[in-house]
Write a protein of this length. Structure first.
Length: 156
């Protein structure tokens, strides 16, 4: 099963929906204007996880195309991939979190968890199936040590 919509497009659609919710249904303004500057933190973190992940893929000469997970020529497990099996998707979720802080209303926070759930189901699980089929034992071992979204498991 191939994903239907590229994850960056899903994130942009989520960001647009957040804007609409903020504009037309801002139930509670819970982040006042001066504190909205804190959105810089998740924005910077997003770049700090996405950029090194993309560089790792480039150095490994494997595909970065999320629409064809079976085309991976190499399993990338070093660098940022030691703390997240999906740093690029984590980065997209961080961008949505930053956008939520920028917008400042409570209503917009419906979208980031929906994004995470959708990406997990529609993108990550099919990728995991493809990687298990292609890199069998090596991928299973990697999954035992690194969490899907963020965090290490067990000792190395």
């Amino acid at each position: 099963m191939r994903p239907l919509v590229p994850p960056p497009i899903v994130m942009l659609l989520g960001a647009a929906l957040m804007w609409v919710l903020n504009r037309y249904l801002p139930l509670v303004r819970w982040i006042p204007a001066p504190w909205q500057r804190c959105s810089a933190v998740p924005y910077v973190l997003a770049v700090a996880v996405i950029a090194p992940a993309m560089l790792r893929f480039r150095r490994a000469r494997t595909t970065i195309n999320p629409m064809d997970p079976g085309a991976a020529s190499q399993l990338v497990t070093g660098g940022i991939f030691r703390i997240s099996r999906n740093p690029m998707y984590l980065g997209l979720a961080l961008l949505l979190a930053g956008w939520g802080i920028t917008l400042g209303s409570l209503t917009v926070w419906l979208i980031p968890p929906l994004f995470v759930a959708y990406i997990t189901r529609a993108q990550i699980i099919p990728e995991e199936r493809a990687l298990k089929a292609r890199f069998t034992g090596e991928y299973r071992e990697y999954c035992r040590h690194v969490a899907r979204w963020i965090g290490r498991r067990g000792a190395d």
